[in-house]
Design a protein around this ligand. Structure first.
Ligand SMILES: Nc1ncnc2c1ncn2[C@@H]1O[C@H](COP(=O)(O)OP(=O)(O)OP(=O)(O)O)[C@@H](O)[C@H]1O
Ligand SMILES: [Mg+2]
Length: 257
């Protein structure tokens, strides 16, 4: 893919304070780094160190106290709330520890949801949603509701939902925190494939060194500051775990900016 190496995210002197006066919490003191296209990066560090706060700011779910987050050269601080919501839906995918699927919707409808909110009809979104569900091995579960799925299946649906808009950047907050180790490995291999073969840029917070070993780079933050930033050889994809669909020719990701 020609655009590998392109800078997708730039975080500059990011600060986040919660509360004020004697209750002031300096969650992020001063954090700067950038991520390139197709890079799978783990975000590690002790509990309370600022990982989720950082992901929320990068994902435009919260505003920084100071500093800047730019995605594909578009800086979030220059956007109104409405512009930010649209930008978020079109350029970012979120994966959370607790999935946050809507219980009354089927797997297919949950995956399609970000596009439906953006005004696309289900008939238009369905082929892409079904393709993604097939890629993650859930072709036989598309009409199941979350309460009819296992934890690992729910997390895979959440991953498909994060991918449905072909986001430039995927932000994952402990995506394997609720999964057994085998299902967790499948999810991590899927994320690794998404980065390597489809050029998605992924930033994943985790406490698990094994999960982090699937990434190509490890950023550690402690007490709201960047402690280390290391590139390493990731755990190699094991062919045996891949679904046949993952070997199919991939689509060129769409670009919205
Ligand atoms: N909404 C909030 N109001 C006040 N303080 C907050 C808020 N959210 C987070 N904090 C504080 O900011 C600090 C960083 O929290 P954050 O959730 O970013 O840490 P984390 O690295 O994700 O931790 P964990 O590994 O436990 O998920 C913590 O001290 C936390 O108590
Ligand atoms: Mg957290």
């Amino acid at each position: 893919m020609s655009n590998f190496g392109q800078k997708v995210l730039e975080v500059k002197n990011l600060k986040k304070f919660y509360g004020h006066d004697s209750h002031l919490v300096e969650a992020l003191v001063d954090v700067s780094f950038s991520l390139e296209r197709g890079q799978f990066t783990s975000l590690m560090g002790p509990s309370g160190g600022g990982k989720s706060s950082l992901l929320h700011l990068i994902g435009g779910l919260d505003r920084p106290s100071q500093g800047s987050v730019c995605i594909n050269n578009k800086c979030l601080e220059n956007m109104t709330d409405n512009q930010l919501s649209a930008f978020r839906r079109q350029n970012l995918g979120f994966i959370f520890q607790f999935f946050y699927l809507l219980p009354t919707l089927t797997a297919l409808e949950n995956v399609a949801l970000p596009c439906l909110i953006d005004g696309q009809p289900l008939s238009e979104v369905s082929p892409r949603a079904i393709e993604l569900l097939g890629m993650i091995g859930l072709a036989h579960r598309i009409h199941h509701r979350p309460d009819q799925l296992s934890g690992g299946e729910m997390q895979r649906v959440a991953i498909a939902r994060a991918l449905v808009t072909d986001p430039l950047l995927i932000v994952a907050d402990e995506p394997t925190g609720n999964l057994d180790s085998k299902t967790g490995a499948l999810v991590l291999e899927l994320l690794q494939t998404m980065a390597r073969e489809q050029g998605h840029t992924i930033l994943m917070a985790t406490h698990d060194a094994n999960a982090a070993s699937y990434a190509d780079r490890q950023i550690t933050i402690r007490d709201g500051m960047l402690e280390s930033d290391r590139r390493h050889r990731p755990m190699v994809l094991k062919k045996v775990h891949r679904t046949p669909q993952l070997d199919a020719p991939h689509r060129e990701p769409r670009h919205h900016v």
